[in-house]
Design a protein around this ligand. Structure first.
Ligand code: HEM
Length: 248
């Protein structure tokens, strides 16, 4: 059960942070993604799952992020069941195999200008991340392919679409886009090393927009700081606050 929670939350959270980092670094792409979602959703006030299906550019942005920064860069390890020959190499039985999805996503034979962040390359392209196009395998492929792929993508798309719709994203005072780094912390999933400016931005906007109060029937004294220690330390019990929107 814990495996499913880790595989399903850490990955999606790390993906969102990488997408936001790429968009901050590429303001034209940020603008395009923002205009797309705001045009589509209009004055409705929020983006739902149906709206997301129309966000062609945002989907390409997410795919391009998966290509450049797959959050599980070496997938899950495999073991060969019998001796085989691949590309002229003899591989004995019981060999532990790591597939480098990160390097495949940046392979010049498969991708033109592979280091460039260019979501446009994926619009109208038949290349998808479902495990059938081996040049893009952020969810793996074959029998061990990620069983939570659709849920993961839905979380990332919906979360990002709402953040793009509701907020203008800016660098904090005194920081430039050029200062944004793409250093990663490698665990099982690859997280961005240095706290991204959007965390500050997100908190600043949440503080600006809402008064934070305890839900009815709960006191500050009931708040706990229990932690779950796995690869990253997450808060154990959900932080429940009541959000009161104070301005638009
Ligand atoms: C953006 C989100 C996600 C990404 C990038 C991702 C990526 C991956 C990758 C690369 C693998 C290894 C596949 C392979 O080696 O071929 C994997 C496995 C797995 N994922 Fe995901 N995943 C995501 C979301 C989820 C979600 C939402 C769930 C469940 C709710 C989930 C559950 C699992 C499980 C249980 C495995 C292990 C499968 C096995 O043991 O063979 N993942 N995931």
């Amino acid at each position: 059960m814990q495996d499913i929670f880790i595989a399903g939350t850490d990955t999606a959270a790390a993906t969102m942070i990488w997408v936001m980092s790429f968009l901050m670094k590429n303001p034209k792409c940020l603008k395009k993604a923002q205009v797309e979602v705001r045009d589509l959703v209009g004055e409705k006030g929020f983006v739902n799952e149906d709206d997301v299906q129309g966000l062609i550019y945002l989907k390409a942005v997410i795919k391009e992020t998966f290509r450049l920064q797959p959050v599980a860069p070496l997938l899950l390890p495999r073991e060969t069941r019998r001796k085989c020959s691949i590309g002229g190499y003899e591989v004995p039985a019981k060999t532990l195999v790591y597939v480098n999805a990160w390097a495949i996503g940046r392979e010049p034979e498969a991708w033109e200008n592979p280091q460039d962040f260019c979501p446009e390359r994926l619009i109208g392209s038949s290349i998808d991340y479902k495990g059938l196009n081996f040049e893009l395998i952020p969810f793996g492929a074959g029998r061990r392919v990620c069983p939570g792929m659709h849920m993961g993508v839905a979380e990332v798309e919906l979360g990002l679409a709402n953040l793009l719709y509701k907020f203008d994203w800016e660098m904090p005072n005194g920081m430039n886009r050029e200062d944004l780094d793409f250093d990663a912390v490698n665990g099982l999933t690859t997280h961005k090393k240095n706290a991204v400016a959007e965390v500050e931005l997100g908190l600043a906007n949440l503080l600006y927009k809402f008064d934070w109060e305890m839900p009815n029937g709960m006191n500050r004294e009931d708040l706990d700081f229990d932690a779950v220690n796995v690869l990253t330390t997450h808060k154990k019990n959900a932080l429940i606050l009541q959000a009161k929107k104070i301005n638009d």
